[in-house]
Design a binder for this molecule. Sequence first.
Ligand code: ZN
Length: 65
Amino acid sequence: MALRAGMCRWPIGDQHDFKRFRFCGCACSLETNYCETHKKLASAPNRPKSIPVAGNSLMSTIKTA
Ligand SMILES: [Zn+2]
């Protein structure tokens, strides 16, 4: 499913399982990337983790080395 402007890009499903992973795709305003429901979730402190940034710990390791 291709995301376009005005479509909610809230990730649904397992980001490592491409067969099941998809985006919400609900209509949303162009200024925001999420629909009303997910906009609230996105601003909540317990929002789902995005794709982990691999290398962060590695970077700090290199800096301290
Ligand atoms: Zn949504």
